[in-house]
Design a protein around this ligand. Structure first.
Ligand SMILES: [Zn+2]
Length: 170
């Protein structure tokens, strides 16, 4: 144990599982339950020995996830708009009220999705600039594992936790 130096990427693999749960607890523009499931099923990245953090292969991997995710979200937005246009006006006032409620809910979901798409775009841009994967606040590596669970993460888990605590106090 003593004196053995480990690469950061290896440490990420050993990150506690509850770190991931914490990611999911985030609010604001986070994907809802449904969209989390919809996140593209791309198998987790396999780090080869001696590979450096955010190698070209890793960047490509996360780019694929983000591009696919965005694509799926945009399809959903389009789908809702089409559905609402086709729904028309219902004769029964009660039906109309229910329909309106459903639409309002849908619109709020779409709004969240648009915000998420914006975050995805920002992450894709960071990949292009080769700035992806580092904490905005302290500069350390966010870690493959965390990015796998939350590809739009811009803060490391420590800074994120701190930010959440501060948010609650405000
Ligand atoms: Zn940080």
């Amino acid at each position: 144990m003593v004196g053995r130096t480990k690469k950061r990427s290896t440490d990420d693999d050993l990150e506690r599982d509850d770190d991931l749960d914490m990611d999911y607890a985030e609010v604001d523009v986070e994907p809802t339950e449904r969209h989390r499931e919809k996140k593209p099923k791309i198998s987790p990245y396999r780090i080869t020995k001696g590979e450096s953090y955010m190698s070209d292969d890793q960047l490509r991997h996360f780019n694929n996830i983000l591009v696919q995710w965005k694509h799926e979200l945009m399809e959903e937005v389009d789908h809702t708009i089409t559905e609402m246009k086709e729904a028309g006006v219902l004769a029964d006032p009660n039906d109309r009220a229910t329909q309106e409620e459903t639409f309002n809910l849908e619109l709020r979901t779409r709004d969240r999705e648009r915000k998420l798409i914006k975050k995805i775009d920002e992450a894709i841009q960071q990949i292009r600039d080769k700035e992806y994967g580092y904490c905005e606040a302290c500069g350390i590596e966010i870690g493959i594992r965390r990015l796998e669970a939350r590809p739009t993460a811009t803060l490391c888990i420590d800074c994120k936790t701190l930010a959440e605590i501060q948010e609650k106090r405000a």
